[in-house]
Design a protein around this ligand. Structure first.
Ligand code: UD1
Length: 433
């Protein structure tokens, strides 16, 4: 009886029902980058003038960031993929705990709040399922810029001492090239007195995108996208119009892997190939042909062979594509070794892939994946955003109908994923439970 009750609850959960085995064809459109858009939105705190972003993806994380910014007094209006943000009358410098906790990137607002208002109180975002995710480097950077920072009872309070309310340029060397720390420090330093440098900066394209927006607002930033960023502080920033968010390289990578796992020829666009170099190389190594066509890539998978990957900061193979790539390797010929080097607990998809018949041995943060000819369907749950995407890919290639739960994660980061895949021939139905 207990087993029956548990099983029926499982069926009632919101899920995607994916009938596997259908070839895909046509073009998969890539939305704007979630991780860029979230941070660009917080950068609008730095000016009283309107900041207008386009190519913003339709995601629950973006809606969450809108709520956080509105809680600080920002006016946010959205039309299609366009968001206009106006921070002319900020009435708060403390985003609420519930909102920050549910959206880690909102912690990065501490940088622009401090730069603009001279003080900020932001709850610590806390760890998450994939790892501890400290913010030590963010805080270290703000202190180097002259802020007084106090962490007490789970809240970070930062303020600028003295009358002038201005941070002071400094030389900052990061212990690790943290994306969030680089972005936080960048947003704090643009309004500081004098010149700041960030050494061992994160080189991710999203950092470059942030610098692009800030420069369009009058900031003076050089070197973003490389390991040394130089920021010459300016007195104030103005607004920006029509700033277009870069295409989401992680969504693009997921789609290329969807083509590979279903052995289907697909066009994925728009893609900036340099943002995906390590991923494209691995796809070629495992037997896919990739051709640049227009603003995108056409992928033609061959006989997929096992290849090894190790996740690394950009330009290395991104941790956010480790789980989707593992789904692909679960169907490859041979054995691949997948090492996760960024997060200590990002292997929760292994158990779910095993439920679908994947042959995977886990040794700490390394998975040894022996490809099988065909995965089988099963009810599975995505434990985080990218693990959910891996389950969708596995479901597309499996025999039978796979039921993927954990949609709240998927909807955080994939804009209309089932509509996009269905338009290319996938058989997916959403059940809202
Ligand atoms: C960003 C991305 C996330 C991606 C990650 C790594 C956003 C909103 N999220 O997260 O999707 O998975 O980059 O590419 O952009 N670390 C420290 N000390 C610190 C800060 C970080 O040790 O003070 C470590 C973390 O524990 C982790 C690694 O550095 O092991 C990467 O973290 P970080 O680059 O900060 O990731 P986020 O910016 O949070």
């Amino acid at each position: 009886m207990v087993v029956v009750a548990a099983a029926s609850q499982e069926i009632l959960k919101p899920h995607l029902a994916i009938e596997g085995g259908h070839a895909l064809g046509g073009t998969l459109r890539v939305s704007g980058a979630k991780n860029s858009a979230l941070v660009l939105m917080t950068a609008a705190l730095l000016t009283q003038e309107p900041v207008e972003l386009c190519n913003v993806p339709a995601l629950t994380d973006i809606a969450g960031m809108c709520s956080i910014l509105e809680s600080l007094g920002m006016r946010v209006s959205r039309r299609g993929d366009r968001i206009t943000l106006v921070a002319d009358q900020l009435n708060g410098s403390e985003p609420p705990y519930e909102l920050v906790n549910s959206l880690r990137a909102s912690f990065f607002s501490i940088g622009p709040l401090l730069g603009r208002l001279g003080h900020a109180r932001v709850p610590l975002p806390g760890g998450c399922r994939i790892g501890a995710r400290p913010v030590v480097e963010h805080i270290k950077g703000l202190k180097a810029l002259g802020a007084v920072v106090d962490v007490r009872h789970g809240v970070v309070t930062a303020s600028i001492p003295g009358q002038r309310n201005r941070l002071k340029g400094a030389q900052i060397v990061l212990d690790c090239p943290s994306v969030g720390a680089t972005e936080t420090i960048l947003m704090a330093a643009v309004l500081a007195d004098g010149v700041s440098t960030i050494e061992n900066a994160a080189q991710e394209p999203e950092v470059q995108d942030l610098a692009g927006l800030l420069n369009s607002m009058g900031a003076k930033i050089k070197g973003a996208g490389g390991p040394l960023i130089t920021i010459e502080g300016v007195a104030s920033l103005h607004g920006s119009r029509n700033y277009s968010v870069i295409p989401d390289r992680i969504e693009a990578g997921t789609f290329l892997m969807a083509a590979a796992i279903t052995r289907s020829r697909l066009h994925v666009a728009p893609v900036i190939p340099e943002h995906l170099s390590a991923v494209l190389q691995k796809l070629r190594d495992c037997g896919c042909k990739l051709e640049i066509e227009g603003d995108g890539l056409t992928i033609t998978p061959g006989d997929i062979q096992a290849v090894d990957i190790t996740t690394q900061p950009f330009p290395g193979f991104p941790t956010d594509l480790q789980a989707p790539f593992m789904a692909l390797m679960a169907t490859a010929k041979g054995t691949s070794v997948i090492s996760e080097k960024i997060y200590e607990n990002r292997m929760q998809h292994v158990g779910e892939l095993q439920r679908m018949g994947a042959s995977i041995r886990l040794d700490g943060s390394t998975a040894i994946v022996e490809g099988v000819p065909l995965l089988g369907s099963a009810p599975v749950t995505g434990s985080d955003l990218r693990a959910s995407a891996a389950m969708v890919l596995a479901g597309l290639s499996a025999s039978g109908t796979t039921q993927v739960s954990g949609l709240k994660h998927l909807d955080r980061g994939y804009d209309n994923i089932e509509a996009k895949l269905t338009s290319c021939g996938a058989q997916i139905n959403r059940h809202n439970g």
